[in-house]
Ligand binder design. Structure first.
Ligand code: ADP
Ligand code: NI
Length: 211
């Protein structure tokens, strides 16, 4: 898997909006752990598929790259090199094409169990302590306010971009626990969401102290 990992590192060399190589690494290791809990007999070849999907899942995201075709060519030859069968290559490509959160708002693609596990791991990385850090890093990068008290905090999917990073919690992150595919994903999401809520409470308490 070394060549594939080096390739992903290279792709995210200058990416600081929270979709960096370390995000891919966390997704892989959380997905591996979830897989081992979710199935009774873990298989080495399925763990290999999870690794490939996890590392590659953001490489062809249209938000992050304008060179999708080139990436697909590169990915095809890397997967071939790694010895994945044509059927496995097809599964990996299908999942990385359909995994993204934003895509699933419009239509819900049906993913294989392995795809569902990596999708859960990807979404879990948007909540909890690292999820909070990623959201504020993303917000800073996009010149988005930490919070904007002119707009109400309402739990609903917005039509336009969020008014602030704290709004993003209400508009996306608090929905994640109900969007998990797997039981183990649900349990982790519940715990992390409690942490997000506690953080939000503290944030608003400190914010209000300035008034
Ligand atoms: P996906 O990779 O599933 O398409 P996104 O690109 O929407 O998901 O989100 C990736 C990361 O960026 C997540 O950690 C998410 O919380 C963060 N993010 C996305 N949009 C915003 C926003 N408007 N404000 C703050 N963080 C955001
Ligand atoms: Ni991701």
């Amino acid at each position: 898997m070394d060549a594939l990992i080096q390739y992903v590192k290279q792709c995210f060399k200058e990416e600081y909006t929270g979709h960096d190589f370390f995000h891919a690494q966390r997704v892989v290791s959380l997905a591996e752990k979830m897989y081992e809990k979710e199935v009774s007999f873990p298989k080495e070849e399925e763990l290999r598929l999870i690794k490939a999907i996890g590392y590659l899942h953001d490489v062809v995201d249209e938000k992050l790259t304008s060179k999708r075709e080139e990436h697909y060519q590169e990915i095809n030859s890397l997967l071939e090199q790694e010895g994945f069968s044509p059927k496995e290559q097809e599964e990996i490509l299908y999942v990385i094409e359909h995994l993204s959160f934003s895509k699933n708002q419009k239509e819900r693609a049906s993913l294989s169990l392995l795809g569902q596990i990596v999708q859960d791991a990807d979404r879990l990385d948007a909540i909890g302590a690292i999820g909070i850090a990623r959201a504020f890093a993303f917000g800073g990068r996009k010149d988005q306010a930490l919070y904007d008290e002119r707009f109400p905090l309402i739990k609903k999917i917005p039509e336009k971009r969020s008014s602030s990073t704290l709004h993003h919690f209400y508009e996306k992150l608090f929905f994640i626990e109900n969007q998990m595919n797997t039981k183990i994903g649900q349990a982790i999401a519940k715990e992390r969401t409690q942490y997000l809520k506690k953080f939000t409470e503290e944030f608003l308490k400190e914010w209000q102290q300035k008034n």
